[in-house]
Design a protein around this ligand. Sequence first.
Ligand SMILES: NC(=O)c1ccc[n+]([C@@H]2O[C@H](COP(=O)([O-])OP(=O)(O)OC[C@H]3O[C@@H](n4cnc5c(N)ncnc54)[C@H](OP(=O)(O)O)[C@@H]3O)[C@@H](O)[C@H]2O)c1
Length: 247
Amino acid sequence: MGFVKTLKRKSLKIQNFFLKELSLKNKNIIISGSNSGIGLELTKKLLTENNILAFVNNETNNLDNLNNFNNLDIIKNNFEKNELEETSLKKINLFKPDILINCAASFGPEEQELKDINLKKFKQILNINVFGALQLINESLKSNNLKQIVNITSEMGSTANNKVGGYYYYRSSKSLLNSISKNLSLDLKNENINVFCIHPGDVKTKMNSGGLIMPDISAKKIINILSENNSKFSGILIDINKEIIKW
Ligand SMILES: NC(=O)c1ccc[n+]([C@@H]2O[C@H](COP(=O)([O-])OP(=O)(O)OC[C@H]3O[C@@H](n4cnc5c(N)ncnc54)[C@H](OP(=O)(O)O)[C@@H]3O)[C@@H](O)[C@H]2O)c1
């Protein structure tokens, strides 16, 4: 099994070496989950030619060496416990985001089979994975400049593809964000705002230590999708190779 995974990893590395990079410039971009994994890679890459308003949980260690960029502003908010403060809402409004990337999420505890369900824990995961994202969406819409909302959800939130069950907290939080995204895409169609759900792949991060691809590859492909801003993907869940994943 380990050998097969290593082979897969190597072959993906070769394929991704030739990845064409599109670029995104002069945009105001909000990214949540900026201090780790895919969110961190998105922040580092997009920071070179855009303004970033980064949302982090508590730790900013990974962003500390980016502090000298005057086009990066960091807001700390633990979505599990807190709604956004008034000062953060004002910052979002003044920032006038063109793009919002909701990347922050928690997988939750390992024990999340049927017998383990604990509503308090379930609500904590929903606060981060769903209500945090929804708050950022609502606030970002207020400055009337938003063109794209990108919710990093997961194939695990696909009801159609669920063949094994389990993982109640994580799966259903991602299914709910998928469903909200579809609804938003319809509600925001006349305002020409595209709403994408992206499954970022099997990515090696704090959340998934056995992931097959590195976060910078996933981030590159997400940026390519963003730079296309293709309305045909609005209201759809796609993977980073733009293959549609059934709801
Ligand atoms: N990695 C994969 O294979 C994979 C597959 C499918 C989908 N995804 C999705 O991809 C996105 C990025 O995940 P990742 O793999 O890059 O994992 P990660 O490295 O664990 O990043 C998750 C981010 O969410 C933040 N976060 C967690 N709890 C939070 C809270 N209470 N308040 C505010 N922020 C909080 C984390 O901040 P702290 O580190 O400070 O807690 C971190 O920045 C997630 O939406 C995840 O569900 C990942």
